[in-house]
Write a protein of this length. Structure first.
Length: 262
């Protein structure tokens, strides 16, 4: 099966304008883009689509997924006004995606966060409420996505006690309440627990897998045998790429290596 490789428009490419990125997408023979709406050129018009639709058409970029906003967003905030505006922003993202294309692959979101991160009795007592706020918000977003026939996916976040889609005990509760929810696996996020824990997350939710986020080649190499029969979308997130070469020069090296995996 042909691998579907997309570049994520994360902060690693915010220095570049959209025209440059689309040009490089074609030059590197990438299959498409995972559009993070916080790219400055998109965000200045968000939630309207601006020139983005025309640009995708001009470069014949057909595979598009959407990464929902993550900056200053918390669907599990202790502050109910923050929760409300966070959900609103994510719903605006769904509408943005529906206007952009009839063939959006999926929309990926992050779970909420426990507003209390320092160990205390109150932190522990608030945690179940925070998890429930995440679940309630995801149900609202799932319903909105269903109206537009767009799959909704959740990403496992960097392993920590307060990120509410980072640990198996949190994800179990989320997926139990949302049986149709898809899964976007980030190997590096799981590594903050341990390599074993990251593999465990992947294996446990593999049947829901729609995409994987990677930053370095070793990440996809290490998990490829576990995912190749599913053939999920492979999203390269450039903010992981550091070194003397620019992002696109590094991608020129990484992409053929991914294509060669079997």
């Amino acid at each position: 099966m042909e691998k579907q490789i997309l570049i994520g428009l994360d902060r690693g490419v915010w220095y570049y304008n959209l025209h440059e990125i689309c040009e490089k997408c074609i030059e590197l023979k990438l299959n498409g883009l995972e559009i993070q709406v916080e790219h400055p050129e998109i965000f200045k018009n968000f939630p309207t689509i601006g020139n983005l639709q025309k640009l995708l058409k001009d470069f014949d970029i057909k595979l598009v997924s959407i990464h929902a906003p993550i900056k200053d967003i918390n669907i599990s905030s202790y502050n109910p006004r923050i929760r409300k505006i966070s959900v609103k922003e994510l719903k605006e993202t769904i509408k943005f995606a529906a206007k952009l294309s009839d063939n959006i692959l999926y929309i990926v979101v992050h779970g909420g966060q426990n507003s209390f991160r320092s160990p205390s009795k109150f932190e522990k007592s608030y945690l179940p409420k925070a998890i429930q706020f995440t679940i309630t918000a995801l149900k609202e977003l799932q319903k909105e996505c269903e109206e537009y026939n767009i799959p909704l996916s959740i990403e496992n976040m960097t392993y920590s006690p307060w990120r509410l889609s980072s640990k198996i005990k949190y994800l179990d509760q989320i997926f139990k309440e949302l049986p149709q929810l898809k899964f976007t696996f980030d190997y590096a996020h799981g590594l903050y627990g341990s390599q074993w824990y990251s593999y465990r997350i992947l294996k446990k939710y593999k049947k829901r897998l729609i995409s994987v986020h990677i930053g370095q080649f070793f990440e996809i190499r290490n998990i490829y045998n576990h995912i190749k029969e599913i053939n999920p979308y492979i999203i390269i997130e450039p903010h992981h790429l550091h070194g003397e070469l620019n992002v696109f020069e590094q991608l020129k090296i990484i992409i053929p290596k991914i294509r060669a995996l079997h």
